[in-house]
Design a protein around this ligand. Structure first.
Ligand code: SF4
Length: 345
């Protein structure tokens, strides 16, 4: 007989997209069910599990109770920050501390958005996800946005009816780490989804009425596959027309198998100038779409490559062009300045 997992308290996972900095984080699964991408160290060495729905609902109730107490305290004394464990009659164990902290951040940022953790929330049973979404809406009816990461491979297998049900119950933005639209690159980095799957998943999300953020990773193909990375990704995105295209330049953090391949010489990482050339080729080949391009990560050399397609395409291209036309010495000064935050927009 399957043992029931006991509830051990409020949980939060390790990451969220930068654009969800103000969101309440509700963990519905732990880690990543795929966990094989060679560039990603986040969940390596961990085991994937789905949290029992009742536990997720308890987490929501806990944050809701704290948030209510804080709002009451705010009405009385005007300051959320004055809410302490004593004033909220809490026992300060680690989980309560985490839930209190989550509630406080949520209240102080206006209680407008919620992000479902961890790496691929749409893998749980559709009815369970709808139950969680309904509970969230009941607890926090004024929230504008509920979002989640999801893998293309998983989305491609969910029926359009279920995706629409998620949208009707308040899930209104999906973040997909496409990283690349090139089959050669996707295979090499073990993404577990080919270009056709990425396109199908993106189109399904769009059809469901949810907003779609797609992430592109300049540099992921290395010196051998940089053209394929740029052209394949632009081609896939042109067929999806996502609401957001988010740039996430390749890094090689410790724990990522690709970092080991780099050290052994198997992967040839590109420098700043080569990566800029890839980005330029990518931007030049985005056609017929109306996505907002976002450079919302510190790993990107050009924070100003942002805008709405098609009207801002030339502006974004000219930013990269200007860099490529600098002398090698000026390029180095610019790159170092950006990397050390001495040069901003
Ligand atoms: S699917 Fe996402 S979270 Fe999972 S290993 Fe790949 S990049 Fe990391």
């Amino acid at each position: 007989m399957k043992r029931t997992e006991p509830y051990t308290g409020f949980e939060q996972g390790p990451i969220r997209p930068p654009s969800e900095a103000e969101s309440l984080l509700i963990r519905i699964t732990r880690n990543c069910p795929w966990n094989r991408c060679t560039f990603c160290p986040v969940y390596k060495g961990t085991k994937f599990s789905v949290r029992p729905v009742e536990h997720v609902l308890k987490d929501i109730d806990k944050v809701h109770a704290y948030a209510e107490s804080m709002l009451n305290a705010q009405q009385q004394n005007g300051r959320v920050a004055q809410c302490s464990y004593a004033s909220l009659a809490l026992s300060p164990n680690d989980q309560d501390r985490m839930a209190l902290h989550a509630a406080r951040s949520f209240v102080t940022s206006g209680m407008k958005s919620i992000f479902l953790q961890d790496g691929n929330s749409l893998i749980i049973k559709p009815d369970d996800l709808v139950r969680i979404l309904a509970h969230l809406k009941q607890a926090f009816p004024n929230v504008d946005r509920i979002t989640s990461y999801a893998r293309s491979h998983t989305i491609a297998r969910i029926s359009d009816d279920d995706l629409r049900r998620f949208a009707e119950n308040g899930l209104n933005r999906i973040h997909i780490g496409m990283e690349s639209g090139s089959d050669a690159v996707l295979k090499k980095v073990k993404k577990g989804a080919d270009q056709a799957t990425q396109i199908l998943a993106g189109q399904k999300i769009k059809r469901s009425g949810m907003e779609l953020s797609e992430y592109y990773m300049p540099g992921l193909g290395g010196r051998h596959l940089w053209r394929e990375n740029a052209l394949g990704t632009a081609d896939a995105l042109n067929q999806i027309n996502p609401d957001f295209i988010r740039l996430r330049t390749l890094a090689l953090p410790q724990g990522a198998p690709l970092a080991e391949q780099y050290r052994s010489g198997e992967f040839e990482k590109m420098g700043e100038v080569e990566t800029a050339e890839e980005l330029l080729l990518f931007l030049e080949n985005l056609n017929g779409i109306e996505s907002a391009v976002k450079s919302d990560h510190v790993l990107n050399l050009f924070s100003e490559v942002e805008g709405r397609l098609p009207q801002d395409k030339e502006k974004m291209i000219s930013t990269v062009h200007r860099f490529l036309q600098l002398s090698p010495e000026q390029q180095m000064i610019f790159s170092n300045g950006r990397r050390t935050h001495r040069i901003s927009k």
